[in-house]
Design a protein around this ligand. Structure first.
Ligand SMILES: [Zn+2]
Length: 461
């Protein structure tokens, strides 16, 4: 049966790509209210595809954007797998940096001569979701997916949005499973597929500084009044010490150190720093003293300014003391930092450091815990076999610096671990202009997904 499924997948490469392009054409940008109808349309499109595959698929409201929930026919005695993905995408701006428009998927060769499809959401996460939908469709046509399958494909939205959390809590029975599977991560490199066993958590804050009641003439008032832009810069400059460590008291208190085994394993990975620099158009890297690049990116916490706004930003000069300034700051957390504790430390410390003649306020845009999945065990072994079959190479076990808040949610609410099997490549430009998904990765990923459902049917319940 599996061979028949794999042959069907091989034979339908073009058809699968063309369906993915339809998926990518829908501008399902979740952070922008004006795209709400597109999210609705995207959910309906996906549900229709899953119904074509003879799954029972529904579009369910959540209070925010809808989620797509699909199930195959339940057979007692089989293990249940919960597949999670998201159909929403990041905003495409800046539009002028795109070689072809973000919602007009374009197939062309990448810088290294490999075929890829370029579009917003190509790899994050529509292309990877599509690999599973295609694999499931082929299984259904060959007699049925060999596990009890629940597919939950949502509109991630602003990370930490509590709509999904409420949905998962309220639908615990419906989502109950033995194991979860997510494809929203990457391979270690081309030809080196990976299973990710750790993700960082996230705290996303916004800082607002307010001074004079309106913008002031910088000649008449400059030097005599507090300048919110100056104050904001001074405050943000205190966030790191000279060794690149985050300078917030208590920030590192709960950090679970990397084990010597992990550090040794990562040191053996064929990480090419020169190629990494080149791909980023940089001449040198920076970060926390005493750690390698992989350790900094996968296993150490961070604090980064994600956006800064103040004063006059138009053409030419305008001499003002701005009345307000703001910054968006995110912190990537590692096990076992508590996002609630970290956000409190951040706000308290900046408030203490802020001059008293100026107002400081905060907003929180998302909190998520870091995740570690056991590196040993039956599920990991079966997943490794699936990757080997799908890509023709064994998986590398890696951690990633990004966050998938739902993994922690699945663990706490449903009590199950998640297999993170991702098909992306490091140069896919996730969240950036000219996002792409490699066509070989799409194909190998689809095959991996097909084999994975067969392998997981061997799981004991
Ligand atoms: Zn994603």
């Amino acid at each position: 049966m599996l061979n028949q499924v794999l042959q069907a997948i091989d034979a339908r490469r073009q058809g699968s790509l063309s369906d993915l392009k339809d998926f990518l054409r829908i501008p399902s940008v979740s952070t922008k209210p004006e795209h709400a109808p597109d999210l609705q349309r995207c959910a309906q499109w996906l549900a229709a595809k899953l119904r074509d595959a003879k799954l029972d698929a529904k579009v369910l409201p959540t209070g925010g954007h809808p989620v797509v929930l699909a199930k195959n026919e339940h057979r007692p005695g089989r293990p249940t797998v919960l597949f999670y993905g998201h159909y929403d995408v990041q905003p495409p701006e800046p539009l002028e940096k795109w070689v072809t428009p973000p919602f007009d998927p374009n197939v062309r060769k990448d810088e290294n001569g490999y075929d890829a499809v370029y579009a917003r959401g190509a790899v994050d996460d529509k292309g990877q979701v599509w690999a599973h939908v295609e694999a499931v469709t082929q299984w259904q046509q060959a007699g049925g997916v060999p596990v009890n399958l629940t597919m939950l494909i949502e509109r991630e939205e602003e990370i930490g949005s509590d709509n999904l959390e409420r949905f998962v809590r309220e639908n615990k029975e419906l989502l109950q499973a033995d194991l979860a599977v997510i494809s929203d991560t990457g391979q270690f490199a081309r030809g080196k597929p990976a299973i990710t066993y750790g993700l960082r958590g996230l705290v996303y804050c916004e800082v607002f500084i307010t001074g004079p009641g309106h913008d002031l003439h910088s000649g008449m008032y400059g030097g005599a009044v507090p300048n919110p832009a100056n104050v904001l810069c001074e405050l943000l400059a205190t966030l790191h010490d000279k060794d690149g460590r985050v300078n917030l008291p208590g920030f590192y208190d709960d950090v679970k150190p990397l084990t010597p085994e992990e550090r040794a394993d990562w040191a053996k990975l064929p990480f090419d720093e020169q190629a990494y620099l080149k791909s980023l158009n940089l001449t040198a890297l920076s970060g926390e003293k005493g750690y390698t690049t992989l350790e900094r990116a996968w296993g150490r916490p961070t604090c980064d300014i994600n956006g800064l706004t103040s004063g006059y930003q138009g053409h030419g000069a305008k001499t003002i003391i701005p009345s307000a300034a703001s910054a968006k700051v995110s912190m990537r957390l590692v096990p076992s930092q508590d996002p609630q504790k970290i956000v409190t430390i951040f706000e308290r410390t900046l408030a203490e450091r802020c001059p008293k003649n100026i107002k400081i306020e905060f907003a929180r845009h998302g909190l998520a815990s870091a995740v570690l999945v056991p590196r040993e065990g039956k599920a990991m072994q079966l997943a490794a076999e699936a990757v080997q079959a799908g890509f023709g190479a064994p998986p590398t076990l890696i951690r990633e610096g990004g966050s998938i808040p739902v993994v922690a949610l699945i663990k706490t609410v449903l009590g199950i671990d998640t297999l993170l099997i991702g098909f992306g490549l490091a140069d896919d430009r996730v969240h950036s202009p000219n996002e792409k998904f490699d066509l070989d990765a799409l194909h190998s990923g689809t095959r991996t997904a097909a084999v994975l459902y067969e392998k997981l049917s061997q799981m004991t319940r």
